[in-house]
Design a binder for this molecule. Structure first.
Ligand code: URA
Length: 281
């Protein structure tokens, strides 16, 4: 019986890998063919100093392989969640978002409320075709009550404008957790789990054509996948919506060598955005 279960597991993993490769190859061809800016440094560089607020801890620590069984559990879980369509039960666009924000209120559902200044709900076009998911507010976001306004936010703005051809106000930006983790530590799984339903409701209300998932924490919490280096640039689905993971901008500020890889992911995202009918301007 155990042998059979192992064999089935291996078979399903092979099929998933083949499907992912197939999707990736198609998408990469489209990306290659798209007319895009060639110079990575011009697209993503400038103001590359490390974020003053210490930045959100990212990537490196989460790169270890998850134990196979745990990873399989998460993948199994993902496929259910990823395929299940998100239900815009709150209503769509600005109206839906307002309802979700009212429900979130002055949230005290987890311990992160103790240290926060503001709940950082989300910002941007309530009907955006691209929705960007980050990890959680840093110091400046906490003070302003808006996601991605510090150095990582400036990097994100360049990623969006210079490669995707989209201004910040043309997309919708939200985080896995709405309150700043103390010292910019990664959100704990319980904190992320408490906040995640609100994020999924936001995604359902905005109804984007494409989701851009930034960094290993969002990858793990939203797509239930481990290892941003392995998963980046590979299209997957969130509630049936195409989703592309890439490096977190704070990570790119610390490890600029990886901007070239991020640039490839963003070119892929641009090609998919266009192919999916995403609006620009
Ligand atoms: N990093 C994030 O993940 N989100 C923000 O809002 C700011 C920095």
């Amino acid at each position: 019986m155990d042998d059979l279960v192992d064999e089935l597991g291996a078979l399903i993993a092979d099929v998933k890998a083949a499907l992912a490769d197939h999707a990736l190859r198609g998408a990469r061809t489209e990306a290659r063919d798209a007319a895009l800016p060639e110079a990575v440094p011009v697209a993503l560089d400038a103001a590359d100093e490390a974020p003053a607020d210490g930045a959100i801890a990212e990537d490196v620590a989460v790169e270890e392989e998850a134990p196979a069984a745990a990873l399989w559990d998460r993948l199994a879980d993902t496929s259910r969640e990823a395929v299940r369509p998100l239900d815009p039960a709150d209503g769509t666009g600005a109206e839906g978002l307002a309802r979700i924000q009212a429900d979130l209120g002055d949230c005290r559902r987890c311990g992160l409320c103790e240290g926060r200044t503001n709940v950082v709900f989300g910002v941007g076009d309530p009907d955006a075709d691209l929705l960007v998911i980050g990890e959680g507010p840093g110091q400046q976001e906490d003070l302003k009550g808006e996601p991605f306004v510090g150095p990582a936010g400036q990097m994100l703005d360049r990623m969006l404008e210079n490669v995707l051809g989209l201004r910040r106000d043309q997309v919708y930006i939200a985080n896995v957790v709405k309150c700043r983790p103390p010292g910019n530590r990664n959100p704990a799984p319980e904190e992320a789990a408490t906040c995640k339903p609100f994020l999924l409701r936001q995604v359902a209300a905005v109804r984007p054509r494409l989701v851009l998932v930034l960094g290993s924490v969002a990858l793990r919490e939203v797509l239930c996948l481990q290892g941003i280096k392995r998963s980046r640039g590979r299209e997957t689905r969130l509630g049936g919506i195409p989703a592309i993971p890439t490096f977190h901008p704070a990570y790119l500020l610390r490890v600029p060598e990886d901007k070239r890889l991020a640039f490839d992911d963003l070119k892929l995202a641009r090609a998919r955005y266009d192919a999916l009918g995403g609006r620009r301007g």
